[in-house]
Design a protein around this ligand. Structure first.
Ligand code: MIC
Ligand code: SF4
Length: 640
């Protein structure tokens, strides 16, 4: 047998169908799933609609972390619904206050060699411990919870060899940003990023987690690190040594592509407004006065990160014009910060300690002031995501954030004496805010709590043979799911209610869209990488509910394209990109859908201008079947 890379080994060990030939559809057995209070309620509703009797994975967890403001009954009802669904069907339930799903999952449940499917794009974080962890839409998680494999085209593997070692005050976040600088926000599409090389020795699991977390910003499917002595230590520290197994690529393993990054050459970096791919050296952004500094999110909220921040801030006061907010990633991290006295250090410095949750990262609180400059340790700085449309978000390391908070201007942390942190030898897990599955008898007696904001899952019918409709929106490149369905507490509270949430589709781009879209079968025309960013399937499901029938784009982001197919919206890729602007908003289009085979070239007739354009239906066989049936739910129902 030839030398195998680690990704191939993990794919092979979970292969339920297909062969590992790039581009061919494979089915992957899923060991664990996760979903949360932004995606979980729809996943749970779909799990019910699919009629599965019980969770069939080794472990499925619902987390409450995205919206715990509870400004109205809606959130609280969503949380109660998720808790009751977990009880009824055999899932775990992580209560509000326990922490951000990716941080908690890594600490508590991620296992080297397992597969994890999560209804959240940053599920990739699990790759830090050699778990094959993939973010998808909620419906795909619902199907996996029922025990069905996850199907996707066999990926290419990009080997990223790490050499050298990070210099003082240069951190894993800078490596994550360097990967983005090299690949951009679409360069990872179709790939799993596999990290290897001598520098790994010096990268702790939490540092690897930062890199794995942000790998999705390149469009990659996920990232994976080997399981080695650092992994063993991380697990042992939490009393989980039994979950350890060593895993690595064979010596001389090959990759579809390969790059080398010498960590010794890296400098502190920042992703500038308004894209994680807009990366510059901090040293090259002079005199940037800072209004807000927000430290936390699933990218940088570990104990290591926050102890380092506390060490930088200790004994200093932040200037009056700066607002510094800090949200620990998990209750475990918060507790340990408190035990070590770091909470007092942070409060003394003038920081505001936030709830253990996603919070500011997702536009749930801490919107910066008009035109404000906000330095954040999170992973996305898309326009409007913070809740302030004119806000300018820079993504940086915790060290850059802390030093800049003290100075009031964006500052290269190497201007300060390096700090070092001491991690406790043991951090035994306290899972008292995680409710495990109950016995079968208790589950049978359990009642599902369904508040008035929880609406049934919409059902869709197969597409017509001849689709005639209107271009209801024409857009540019790199449109994000935050553009399609904005974040923020108010809209998040409607994730279990498609009729209600559909009123907010494209709210920041064209608030007239929902009303216009309801009147005709709709087409959206867009540029490259349409639907990048979060996994929220509502960004496909709600437009479909409004009558969107097809998206004609130059290319799609992976999760979004899968979500389109899941809800029966045709993803069409223009063969001749220069025709994109000819298919203008308001034009009437017609497409013959009588042959929806994978790879089929469909002819789009523009009835307003008389031109014709060709578009490819670049989908798998399964996706073609779903599209013909009107989506995954309809397809699975028809198969029964
Ligand atoms: C995000 O970071 O954008 C979110 C909020 O975690 C999303 C989930 C969602 O919006 O449903 C994600 O990354 O998938
Ligand atoms: Fe939560 Fe932000 Fe991480 Fe998404 S990226 S899971 S909103 S912390």
């Amino acid at each position: 047998m030839s030398a195998s890379n680690l990704t191939k080994k993990l794919l092979q060990s979970h292969l339920a169908s297909g062969e590992l030939v790039v581009g061919q559809e494979i089915g992957l057995k899923i060991d664990q799933t996760l979903a949360h209070d932004a995606t979980g309620q729809m996943a749970a509703l779909q799990f019910e609609a699919l009629g599965f009797p019980r969770v069939a994975t080794k472990r499925s967890v619902f987390y409450v972390d995205h919206n715990i403001l509870q400004t109205g009954f809606e959130n609280a009802d969503d949380h109660a619904y998720l808790a009751s669904m977990a009880r009824k069907f055999g899932a775990w339930f992580s209560k509000a206050g326990n922490g951000i799903c990716h941080q908690v999952n890594l600490e508590s449940f991620s296992r080297p060699g397992d597969t994890l499917l999560g209804a959240d794009s940053h599920t990739t974080t699990g790759g830090a411990v050699a778990e094959l962890a993939i973010g998808v839409g909620g419906l795909d998680v619902a199907v996996a919870m029922g025990g069905t494999p996850f199907y996707f085209p066999c990926p290419k593997i990009l080997g990223i060899e790490l050499t050298g070692s990070l210099r003082p005050m240069v951190r894993a976040k800078d490596l994550a940003l360097e990967v983005l600088r090299l690949l951009g926000v679409a360069g990872g599409r179709g790939y799993i990023l596999e990290f290897y090389g001598p520098a790994l020795q010096s990268l702790s699991v939490t540092e690897r987690a930062t890199v794995a977390n942000m790998s999705v910003e390149t469009g990659a499917i996920t990232a994976i690190f080997p399981s080695d002595e650092n992994t063993r230590q991380f697990l042992a520290q939490r009393g989980r040594e039994a979950d350890f197994q060593p895993l690595a690529a064979d010596p001389g393993a090959e990759y579809d592509s390969h790059i080398v990054i010498d960590l010794s050459t890296l400098e502190p970096l920042a992703a500038c407004p308004h894209s994680p791919g807009h990366v510059k050296k901090v040293a090259d952004i002079p005199d940037l006065a800072v209004d807000q500094v927000a430290i936390g999110s699933c990218t940088n909220s570990s104990l290591e990160d926050l102890l380092s921040v506390a060490a930088i801030l200790r004994g200093h006061k932040i200037p009056p014009q700066v607002s510094l907010v800090i949200a620990p990633g998990s209750r475990q991290v918060y507790l340990e910060l408190a035990r070590q006295g770091a909470v007092a250090d942070l409060i003394e410095t003038g920081a505001r300690l936030m709830e253990v949750a996603c919070g500011f990262c997702n536009g749930v609180g801490q919107a910066p002031k008009t035109n404000g400059v906000s330095l954040r340790t999170s992973n996305r700085n898309f326009p409007g995501r913070s809740g302030t449309p004119s806000g300018n978000l820079y993504l940086v390391s915790p060290e850059t954030a802390a030093v800049s908070a003290l100075r009031g201007v964006l500052t290269d942390p190497r201007e300060l004496k390096p700090v070092s942190v001491r991690l406790p030898e043991k951090m035994p897990l306290d899972l008292s805010l995680v409710i495990p599955p109950v016995s079968l008898t208790e589950a049978e007696a359990a009642v599902i709590e369904r508040g008035p904001n929880i609406a049934p899952v919409p059902r869709f019918s197969p597409p017509p043979r001849l689709l005639e409709g209107e271009v209801t929106l024409a857009l540019g490149d790199n449109v994000t799911t935050d553009d399609i369905l904005p974040a923020g507490a108010h809209i998040l509270a409607l994730r279990a209610n498609i009729p209600a949430i559909s009123r907010y589709i494209f709210n920041n781009i064209d608030p007239t869209y929902p009303e216009r879209q309801k009147k005709v079968p709709g087409f959206i025309v867009a540029g490259v990488n349409y639907g990048q960013g979060s996994s929220r399937e509502h960004a496909a499901l709600a437009p479909r509910y409004l009558g969107l029938a097809a998206v004609i784009a130059l290319s799609f982001a992976r999760i979004y394209k899968a979500n389109l197919c899941n809800f029966g919206i045709l993803p069409l890729e223009l063969v001749n990109p220069s025709q994109k602007d000819e298919l203008a908003q308001g034009h009437r289009l017609a497409v013959d859908l009588s042959d929806l085979s994978p790879g089929q070239i469909l002819t789009i007739r523009d009835l307003s201008s008389g031109i014709e354009a060709q578009a490819r239906l670049d989908v798998t066989d399964r996706q073609a079947q779903m599209l013909k049936a009107g989506g995954l739910l309809a397809w699975m129902a028809a198969k029964k």
